[in-house]
Design a binder for this molecule. Structure first.
Ligand code: AP5
Ligand code: MG
Ligand code: ZN
Length: 215
């Protein structure tokens, strides 16, 4: 299964990718996660990326395209993958198309998660992520352990630097301007599947699985 998860910040791309990864035994390829790892490692690319990320803007196309191109060639991506947060611009979508032709692969579906703006803000402000295992939580919708630690490994939970209200607003704007047009792009390719992302995590998962049936 080769899938793109498309959707605004907080739509549930990462949450659903983790569930699909288990279901289909294919890796989640999240450009956001890979960029945050580079920021953490303080690599030259990470130092450059951090400026864009903390402002809620996009990291330059050539950087992310390079990362994804390399990642999709790794062994674990040969049977399938879930792209989370990529592509985000028209040039990224065009480059992905070219990379897939080179690799002799075809996308099965582009799942577009539909969530209202108010719900997005609530999801992002309540999000916490484990600093050890990377599992995501929500203070209200997917709560951590009673002592506020990770339910899976007991690790300390952190809030993402870009989940501050002002940065969130800019990320939403950038999404509308640069990424939302990709819905039309993939609709024209016959790949777009819109999924209601407003219900709870399990119900959204079920809707995605139904949408993927027969693809
Ligand atoms: P990225 O990490 O991709 O962030 P994003 O697109 O803004 O999306 P999020 O990760 O914030 O949201 P999500 O949809 O994964 O939601 P989640 O599942 O966590 O990118 C970060 C930055 O990196 C970008 O701003 C940019 O600077 C850079 N970048 C990354 N990719 C790039 C690219 N391709 N090109 C250029 N720059 C790039 O869910 C959110 C919360 O809601 C969680 O707490 C979760 O528990 C909860 N939740 C999930 N589903 C539900 C539900 N159904 N009901 C209730 N709560 C729910
Ligand atoms: Mg995410
Ligand atoms: Zn953990």
């Amino acid at each position: 299964m080769k899938i793109i998860l498309l959707g605004p910040p907080g739509a549930g791309k990462g949450t659903q990718a983790a569930l699909l990864m288990e279901k289909y035994s294919i890796p989640q390829v999240s450009t956001g996660d890979m960029l945050r790892a580079a920021v953490q490692a303080q690599s030259p690319m990470g130092i450059e990326a951090k400026k864009h990320m903390n402002a809620g803007g996009l990291v330059p196309d050539n950087v992310v395209i390079g990362i994804v191109r390399e990642r999709l060639q790794e062994d674990d991506c040969q049977e399938g993958f879930i792209l989370d947060g990529f592509p985000r611009t028209r040039p990224q979508a065009d480059s992905l198309k070219q990379v897939l032709v080179e690799l002799g692969k075809k996308l099965d579906a582009v799942i577009s998660l539909q969530v209202d703006t108010d719900a997005l803000v609530e999801r992002l402000t309540g999000r916490r992520t484990c600093s050890d295992c990377g599992k995501g939580f929500h203070l209200r919708f997917d709560p951590p352990a009673e002592d506020g630690s990770c339910r899976y490994c007991g690790g300390k939970l952190n809030q993402r630097d870009d989940d501050r209200e002002e940065t969130i607003r800019n990320r939403m704007k950038v999404y509308q301007q640069q990424t939302a047009p990709l819905e039309d792009y993939y609709r024209q390719e016959g790949l777009l599947v819109a999924v209601d992302g407003m219900s709870d995590i399990a119900a959204v998962q079920q809707a995605i699985l139904v949408a993927l049936q027969g693809r």
